[in-house]
Design a protein around this ligand. Structure first.
Ligand code: AMP
Length: 179
């Protein structure tokens, strides 16, 4: 099973992707986690860290190459949840090309109101989450990533999930939708 979890930053999709991947015994593929794991002493690590701190997106070339390498790993054969990729039209096109005929099975869209998103991100207290970068991240999401939802809607594979409530409640909701 190949799934994509999408939603504004702070909607809790990373937490849910991890929990749902565990429940379904498939891989959790998070490009954000992959970037955070880069050695900050390397050139690439330094460049990526600066971009993440600004709230912008890492360039498509870098992300696409990294993602393709990751989903070619043996543990991804049993299926995976993509968390944070694709985020741009170019990335979605690259994914389509890479997956070929049998593309994504389902896209889970996490819906949450913006005030709650900002509060969640501030509570999370991550280094790249200052109030200013949060606002930038929401804007970039709206401009570059939200349009992708329409693409997947046109394929009839989008499931909308209310991302409010406890972590456990949301996981149950997602699993029920995927059944
Ligand atoms: P996330 O943990 O998914 O919120 O990602 C954290 C940051 O990593 C984002 O704000 C981007 O700077 C970068 N990033 C993660 N995934 C991508 C992607 N698919 N395209 C571009 N930048 C990304």
């Amino acid at each position: 099973m190949r799934l994509l979890f999408v939603g504004p930053p702070g909607a809790g999709k990373g937490t849910q992707a991890q929990r749902v991947a565990e429940a379904l015994e498939i891989a959790h593929v998070s490009t954000g986690d992959m970037f955070r794991a880069l050695d900050p002493e390397t050139d690439l690590g330094k460049r990526v860290k600066a971009i993440m701190e600004s709230g912008g997106y890492v360039s498509d070339d870098i992300v696409i190459e990294m993602l393709q390498g990751r989903i070619s790993q043996p543990d991804a054969e049993k299926g995976y949840i993509l968390d944070g990729f694709p985020r741009t039209t170019a990335q979605a096109e690259a994914l389509d090309e890479f997956l070929g005929e049998d593309g994504l099975d389902r896209v889970v869209l996490f819906e949450v109101d913006e005030d709650r998103v900002v509060q969640r991100m501030l509570d999370r207290g991550r280094a790249d989450d200052t109030e200013e970068t949060i606002r930038t991240r929401l804007e970039v999401y709206r401009e570059q990533t939200e349009p992708l939802v329409e693409l997947y809607e046109s394929r009839g594979i989008v499931t909308h999930v209310d991302a409010s409530g406890s972590i456990e409640e949301i996981t149950d909701r997602v699993l029920a939708e995927l059944e």
